[in-house]
Design a protein around this ligand. Structure first.
Ligand code: GDP
Length: 295
């Protein structure tokens, strides 16, 4: 992931590396190359432009031109800006409820069901929680089956009711079941569609209003680049979600969604999915990712 961007940033910095003294023109050229590299990585032009402007202001403020090692200093500035662009501070999921309700939102195919399983497994094995998975896709029986398969593979109970066609009632009954049976986290996997539409939004907004989740996560396929960012905006406008889950980062060679989404919705990326297996989940650390991009 991010291979092209890493290469291009490395090349852009090359001129400054090893130089004891540089000119304003050198720095401006390098920043222009960085902007180009970001746009090539499918970062929105405006965000890329703002990024390089901030980096330039910092470079001047921190005396890159008079620094003994301008290349190193500019690399640090770009690294910090990348981390900031992707979210700055790390924030976990809110598990303060009893049970804590986590609502998953996103389009069909984004990786919602897979991620619901991954998160349940993560909370069970790493946080000693007792999660309950809830199948709330009332349109696709196959989606309910899929969640049951996932639940079985990780030893987590799945609540479903194939006769009930109201996702609000299913969610409420699942929460009551959790309370009665000692589950302390309830993860609700909702129905997604192939594109943003009013009915899907109304449905998830109703579930959201009824269950008042401690945490609403928006799941999106990072390989869809700027579409991922636009979808995030549509869901956030409606749900005011708490965090983003970027899936399929293992197949995302460009990284545009990871780099742009925070600026657009002002919500942190909380987790990433890096494969189809239940263990392929990572907490997202912006600064570690920035280190990785700069190699
Ligand atoms: P949903 O419709 O949003 O519930 O999406 P699914 O969970 O069914 O996932 C759609 C497809 O993406 C499935 O084939 C998953 O195995 C795959 N998938 C989900 N997350 C990841 C990931 O992080 N990496 C990769 N490579 N594939 C993933």
């Amino acid at each position: 992931m991010f291979d092209n961007l890493s290469d291009k940033l490395d090349k852009a910095m090359h001129v400054l590396k090893g130089h004891g003294s540089i000119t304003e023109v050198n720095v401006a050229d390098t920043l222009k190359e960085i902007r180009r590299a970001l746009v090539d990585a499918d970062v929105n032009f405006k965000i890329a432009k703002e990024f390089t402007k901030k980096a330039k202001d910092k470079a001047i403020g921190q005396g890159v031109l008079t620094s003994l090692k301008p290349g190193q200093l500019l690399t640090k500035i770009v690294r910090d800006e990348l981390a900031e662009l992707m979210g700055g501070e790390v924030t976990g999921v809110n598990l303060s409820g009893n049970p804590s309700v986590i609502l998953m939102s996103g389009l069909q195919g984004s990786g919602k069901t897979t991620f619901s399983g991954k998160l349940a497994n993560f909370l069970k094995t790493k946080k000693s929680k007792k999660p309950l998975l809830v199948a709330c896709d009332i349109y696709r029986p196959a989606a309910i089956d899929q969640l049951h398969v996932v639940g079985e593979s990780i030893g987590v109970e799945v609540y479903s009711n194939r006769d009930e066609k109201d996702p609000v009632k299913i969610s409420q009954a699942a929460i009551a079941h959790a309370k009665q049976n000692g589950f302390n986290v309830v993860i609700i996997d909702t129905a997604g569609r192939l594109a943003v539409d009013e009915q899907m939004m109304n449905e998830i907004a109703q579930v959201h209003a009824a269950v008042q989740p401690q945490e609403t996560l928006f799941v999106v396929d990072s390989m869809t680049g700027q579409d991922a960012v636009n979808t995030a905006k549509a869901f956030n406008d409606r749900l005011n979600f708490d965090g983003v889950v970027l899936t399929k980062l293992d197949g995302d060679t460009r990284g545009g969604a990871a780099l742009s989404i925070k600026s657009v919705v002002d919500k942190p990326i909380k987790f990433i999915g890096t494969g189809e297996k239940m263990e392929a989940i990572d907490v997202f650390y912006p600064s570690r990712m920035a280190d990785r991009i700069l190699g």
